[in-house]
Ligand binder design. Structure first.
Ligand code: ASP
Ligand code: MG
Length: 428
């Protein structure tokens, strides 16, 4: 008997029929002797619907007070789906109780719409599990010190599930979703993309952070930090498939780099069109400049991704970085009104029509020439590279958004990701 956390995405919770299927699946796991905690997303489309209503009423640039209400609003989506799942489980003859984040409580900081989990009180949940109940906990949300409802950012239910699994020291956290695992790239862009049987936590972190969209990045960070074994699998299999087969399906995000893992040099191509590029031009090349620019941006709670500073000419340099597209206008405004006057820089420019494409693989640590092969492939397609950034296990380029699919397809092919590897232990 093990303590297992299941997380179901919005599509899996998309109708009463699907919720009933989730309930049957969860009941199967509970009847097999496991203690079950389930974290559902809102029914698909519901979060967008709710946020759309708010936008209708407040189309202008919103203030903090507005973000507090957005959270109170958006959190209802998960509250509804959680209660519905508990009802469906009870209808299956399985005792079940649902809790909103604040009832558990899942404590977060006060950064509305992108709060971070600080602590989870597991006492209520454990008591219910002891009493033989399936416990449903709303994804996506928590409560701050002042008792305000917070949310963890879009896709945040993944993070809720992993954090809950960590707090409960769960045996495994299974993320049921509308794809059957983690692929070499998005199959909607490259139909030849293949499912990875296992992927290392570090690769997954790079893939999630670069928008491979399977898992919210914070959930992967959490899983890494607390060593939560994580599996991504399909919720569209028959609910009554053999539980042992089900437990082995999908993609396991693993923490040990076994020998097979070293086989593929590049494991996946990630891409992201959620970013925008900002350049501060004609910045004096003196100590403290990066801090003055990026410090102001960080203080405004805006995350920065790729950063580039050019070598200086006549004591001046250009400084470029990318931010999430949602933060683009805010960042430009901040730089123009607060940073530019102080710096004596010449100009702030930006481009929201960019995308980032990355090759990811732990094999890159021990192989040379991988980045240059990437650049060659892009040049053969006539794609101009605007920014480059690298880490031990990835190389990313920022390019014009309109070449994204072309770049991803060309790279997927060039790195043989559409081929079944000789040792197929890693991929299936
Ligand atoms: N319902 C929220 C969203 O759509 C959270 C989630 O599904 O993970 O972003
Ligand atoms: Mg999701």
């Amino acid at each position: 008997m093990a303590l297992i956390v299941h997380k179901y995405g919005g599509t899996s919770m998309g109708s009463t029929e699907r919720i009933r299927n989730v309930a049957k699946r969860v009941a199967k796991w509970a009847r097999a002797g496991h203690q079950m905690v389930v974290v559902p997303s809102a029914m698909s489309g519901e979060t967008n619907r709710l946020l759309g209503l708010a936008k209708e009423l407040s189309p202008s640039r919103p203030a903090d007070a507005y973000h507090r209400e957005l959270d109170a609003l958006a959190a209802t989506g998960e509250q509804a789906s959680s209660a519905l799942l508990a009802i469906a489980l009870q209808a299956e003859g399985m005792p079940s109780v649902s809790y909103a984040g604040w009832q558990v409580a899942i404590k977060t900081n006060s950064a509305h719409t992108k709060a971070r989990i600080e602590s989870i009180d597991d006492s209520k949940v454990r008591a219910d599990l002891q009493a033989g109940k399936v416990v449903i906990i709303t994804g996506f949300q928590g409560v701050d010190e002042g008792g305000n409802i917070t949310t963890l950012g879009r896709g945040g239910s993944d993070t809720s599930a992993v954090a809950i699994a960590a707090a409960l020291k769960a045996h495994e956290c299974l993320i049921y979703t509308d794809v059957d695992g983690v692929y070499t790239t998005d199959p909607r862009v490259v139909p030849e993309a293949r499912r990875l049987h296992t992927v290392s936590f570090e690769e997954m972190l790079e893939m999630a952070s670069m928008g491979s969209k399977v898992l919210q990045i914070r959930s992967v960070e959490f899983a890494g930090k607390y060593k939560v074994p994580l599996r991504v699998l399909s919720s569209f299999t028959e609910w009554d498939i053999d539980i042992n087969e089900e437990a082995k399906s999908g993609t396991l995000i693993s923490f040990e780099e076994d020998e097979n893992m070293e086989q593929a040099i590049v494991s996946g191509i990630a891409f992201n069109r959620d970013e925008a590029k900002i350049s501060v031009l004609g910045v004096p090349d003196t100590p403290g400049i990066a801090y003055q620019i990026l410090g102001a941006v960080a203080d405004a709670n805006i995350e920065v991704d790729v950063i580039i500073q050019n070598i200086s000419k006549e004591g001046k340099t250009d400084f470029s970085f990318t931010v999430h597209r949602n933060d683009y206008a805010k960042a430009i405004d901040l730089l123009k009104t607060q940073v530019l006057p102080k710096l004596g820089a010449q100009e702030v420019t930006g481009d929201a029509k960019i995308c980032k494409v990355s090759i990811v693989g732990i094999g890159m640590r021990s192989h040379v020439g991988i980045a240059s092969k990437m650049f060659r492939v892009l040049s053969e397609e006539g794609i101009n590279i605007q920014m480059i950034s690298t880490s031990e296990i990835k190389t990313s380029v920022v390019i014009d958004e309109k070449y994204m699919e072309l770049a991803v397809r060309a790279l997927h092919k060039a790195f043989d990701l559409d081929q079944i590897p000789a040792d197929s232990a890693r991929q299936s």
